[in-house]
Design a protein around this ligand. Structure first.
Ligand code: ACO
Length: 429
């Protein structure tokens, strides 16, 4: 594109090139700005900063559009499943039948953990948070397969297919066994013939003397939740993964950073907070109106509402609302929290406070209610998000590591501290 951006500072003028993406998003390329003018750009929280060029996921937050590798999320939700979508996100194309069969087989065949990892897992205190355990255990995979975690980019890329398979396979096992460890129950080994989510539910809930046999609708609902979380371009955790990867760190070390970033209540932790909020509203006998009033006063946030990018419906929340309705109709076990959530959404969408700020339900608003219906304990919600987001983290690591001219990520700052001063000896302070 020939358009140039002109930046005028005093009587000096600087021309910046512009960049246009495949969906016509535009950026001003400021890479030479500091060298030419001494100025950096300032964008606290990176709300208006493009940190990379990426071909994985496209979001138009104003229109409520989400596409992975060009495919609309609604089509993937209807026709694909989590494992196939993971392949698409990581490798860029839908797999052929043979590619998909081999991909599934690799994941099923690598689900169990090295006995050494089971010993690590056994030594966490019972009240450890599952996200803390997950971050340790993912790095531990790298310790058991050190040739794949060399921090030598070429070598790590050579092992990428296996390393990524190990992560997709074992993240689910780690999650399930963490739950069993905390419950004081024996490990359940994976069943390679089971599909991804069926196997996860088996490792979570089967007993040595009795297999857990979930309904198809339950397996499908969990699969949909994972699929809808599979990637979301440069969100906080994925940007963290890319930041770590930019230093040359291996795939395992990089995704561990993603887990830590995801843990926070403003990101992946929000799905837990939504259910706590709905429970509180229910226990207080509020129909949601008092909570909404408090949110408008800034006393609390309506969790599961608002998004840095979506200023319209998050398409994932719509898919989950309708899936929640279908699931509860099948289960014939209504959850009062679903009614409260729907009432809150309807009320907020008519309220000027939320309308003016363009606050809509995000992916976390209904996912927690579905997870509750499946029987997943609250403490595990963010771990489920991490299982779902793993393909995205892996795809972004690969995209960055494969870039021949990739530089280390290193933002600048505006320093606001003390100017130079002399050291004062202790006795004179
Ligand atoms: N409830 C009430 N008010 C809100 C909410 C909310 N959930 N979210 C934003 N606002 C208000 C803010 O108070 C602010 O109001 P002001 O302009 O009067 O000061 C305005 O909307 C803009 O909010 P910001 O915090 O500046 O928006 P930002 O883009 O930085 O934050 C975020 C986005 C973190 C998601 C925010 O909307 C939020 O905290 N939501 C609740 C937590 C949540 O659901 N997180 C999950 C996000 S999706 C994900 O990570 C998978």
């Amino acid at each position: 594109m020939d358009e140039k951006a002109i930046i005028r500072i005093g009587d000096r003028q600087f021309e910046c090139p512009t960049i246009v993406g495949s969906e016509h998003e535009k950026a001003i390329d400021v890479r030479q700005l500091r060298g030419e003018t001494g100025y950096i750009t300032y964008d606290d929280g990176y709300g208006n900063t493009g940190s990379c060029q990426s071909a994985i996921t496209y979001i138009d937050g104003d229109e409520g559009i989400l596409r992975h590798r060009g495919y609309p999320i609604q089509e993937l939700a209807e026709h694909s499943d989590f494992v196939e979508s993971a392949y698409l996100i990581i490798y860029g194309e839908l797999p052929t039948e043979d590619e998909l069969r081999r991909f599934r087989a690799r994941i099923s065949g690598n689900a169990n953990l090295h006995e050494g990892m089971l010993r690590i897992l056994d030594h966490f205190p019972d009240d450890s948070h599952p996200m803390a355990i997950l971050s340790v255990m993912l790095n531990a995979i790298g310790c058991h397969y050190s040739e794949m975690a060399s921090n030598n980019r070429e070598q790590d890329l050579d092992h990428f297919d296996w390393a990524s398979t190990l992560l997709l396979a074992k993240v689910r096992t780690i999650a399930a066994l963490t739950y069993r460890m905390k419950e004081g129950k024996p490990w359940m080994y994976s069943k390679p013939s089971f599909r991804y989510c069926q196997n996860f539910l088996h490792m979570m809930f089967s007993e040595p003397y009795q297999d857990f046999m979930p309904r198809e609708e339950v397996i499908d609902a969990l699969d949909l939740i994972l699929l809808l979380h599979a990637d979301h371009e440069q969100n906080c955790s994925t940007s963290t993964v890319r930041m770590i990867a930019s230093s040359g760190a291996n795939l395992f070390a990089s995704v561990v950073g993603g887990v830590s970033a995801l843990w926070g209540p403003l990101h992946g932790g929000a799905n837990m907070e939504v259910v706590k909020m709905l429970q509180q509203i229910h226990d207080d006998g509020d129909d949601g109106s008092r909570f909404i009033a408090a949110a408008k006063d800034g006393k609390q946030r309506l969790m599961g509402f608002g998004h840095r990018v979506y200023k319209n419906f998050d398409p994932r929340s719509r898919l989950l609302r309708s899936r929640a309705d279908k699931l509860f109709a099948k289960l014939e076990a209504p959850d009062p929290l679903l009614d409260i959530a729907k009432h809150l959404e309807d009320a907020a969408l008519k309220d000027d406070y939320f309308i003016e700020r363009k606050l809509y339900p995000n992916v976390d608003f209904y996912s927690g209610i579905i997870l509750r219906a499946i029987g997943i304990p609250l403490e595990m919600f963010t771990v489920i998000f991490a299982i779902g987001r793993m393909p995205g983290w892996i795809a972004h690591w690969r995209e960055l590591a494969s870039h021949p001219k990739q530089k280390i990520h290193r933002p600048r700052q505006i320093y606001t501290g003390a100017t130079e001063r002399r050291y004062v000896p202790l006795e004179k302070r």
